[in-house]
Ligand binder design. Sequence first.
Ligand code: ADP
Ligand code: MG
Length: 233
Amino acid sequence: MSDVSAPAIELQDVHLSLGRGAARVHILKGVSLSLAAGEATGLVGPSGSGKSTLLMTMAGLERPDSGLVKVAGQDLGLLGEDDLAIFRGRRIGIVFQSFHLVPTMTARENVALPLELAGADDAFSRAEAELRNVGLGDRMDHYPAQLSGGEQQRVAIARAVAPDPAILVADEPTGNLDETTGRSIVDLIFALRRERGATLVLVTHDLSLAAVCDRTVRLHAGRIEADADLVSA
Ligand code: ADP
Ligand code: MG
């Protein structure tokens, strides 16, 4: 039985280092955090404070040196690499600043990919519905290089939400876009999140963007500096 009151994301005293030898950097220095299901959290902080690393840890793409990471009730530390990849594919949607689409695949194929990996037999028709839903019904057969930045990010968002993940994480999703396009991407992310009730974690430099979240978490040098339900100017 699933516990609906359990936090969607829970971190306890997470430490994480990356790099080897002299280049090894202790990035996350004891991060504890609990995010409720359906909550939208803005993750802010100076460049190099560990925002991307924290997001990748929540998404199961980085494993901590120590500490607990639980997503949708699952302790990620208990999963082997294969099971973690399956869990990620089904439960966690990830949107990157630089889109990360597969360049040799069309928009339709990019969005269908996680559905095929999850074993869906209607991956292509679902991918088409997702692309129409993000306003790209007329771009299904385009390759990433034939799409504008904003269109590529729409494809990436369609891909992230297609498996209907419980958790959606986005790392500066508007960072490579002009202001107007960025705003439409943010509107799209929030609309999809409302539509599907996903828990959202959004890394952003933009405080006005953080302000539309339910909660703001501020990182500084690998530690949580402030955690507020409302952003004050
Ligand atoms: P942010 O997203 O807040 O800008 P990051 O999480 O990307 O911060 O990085 C935090 C710190 O960790 C930075 O000082 C960065 O240089 C360092 N870092 C990130 N990735 C690696 C890596 N693979 N190896 C060594 N250091 C890294
Ligand atoms: Mg970053």
